[in-house]
Design a protein around this ligand. Structure first.
Ligand SMILES: [Zn+2]
Length: 206
């Protein structure tokens, strides 16, 4: 919902870089203000960090929330949709072939839907046919944390965001046709995709 809020905010013609409440709302007519609030599902105003959401592409990169490791479960539940919370914070998995980003091929950058950290680039995305967005590498080695996962009766390697610890998916060594041989199998709901501006190219993470 946060990205929706941004879209509505952009339409309203004001910037979200600083807290827009309550001054900005007063500048809007009431109908639009109500639409913005409904779209955002806002719980509180100024101190509410903004998380991303899987989508076909908000206009701007998501805001990096401050000190994400200090957030409580209750904080995350306010920030995330129920499905995002289930996958990102409870290590859930979205159903195969249901994610919004599985077949996206547009140039752009994929950010953590929980904390806003840059995670993957479209330049490493490939169509694996597994039903989830697949990448052969992370944007940089320090963007993800890999952990042995023995759940569900399998031996897998879990991929989490190195900044906030949220669950992203798993990585497998089963992509021999890719440069690294690896397949990062990532939930769409764990990602916020931001397409490149027209004419721009995706810049590798520093
Ligand atoms: Zn994160």
């Amino acid at each position: 919902m946060a990205s929706l809020w941004y879209q509505e905010a952009d339409r309203a013609g004001y910037l979200a870089s600083t807290c827009p409440f309550p001054v900005a709302c007063l500048q809007l007519n009431m109908k639009l203000a109500i639409a913005v609030l409904l779209a955002a599902g806002l719980v509180t105003g100024c101190d509410r960090p903004v998380a991303g959401e899987e989508s076909a592409g908000p206009a701007t990169r998501p805001v990096m929330i401050d000190n994400p490791t200090k957030l409580s479960d209750a904080d995350w539940q306010k920030l995330l949709t129920p499905e995002q919370y289930r996958v990102l914070r409870e290590k859930g998995t979205e159903r195969a072939f249901t994610g919004k980003l599985t077949d996206v091929t547009d140039p752009g950058t994929y950010y953590c839907a929980a904390c806003g950290q840059e995670l993957f680039h479209s330049t490493t995305k490939f169509h694996s046919g597994c039903g989830w967005p697949s990448f052969y590498a992370a944007a940089a080695g320090d963007r993800v944390k890999l952990t042995k996962d023995l759940s569900a009766g399998m031996v897998r390697t879990e991929v989490t965001c190195s900044r906030c610890g949220s669950h992203l998916g798993h990585v497998f060594d089963d992509a021999p046709d890719q440069p690294t041989g690896q397949r990062y199998c990532i939930n769409s709901v764990s990602l916020t995709f931001v397409p490149d501006a027209k004419g721009a190219t995706t810049q590798p993470a520093k």
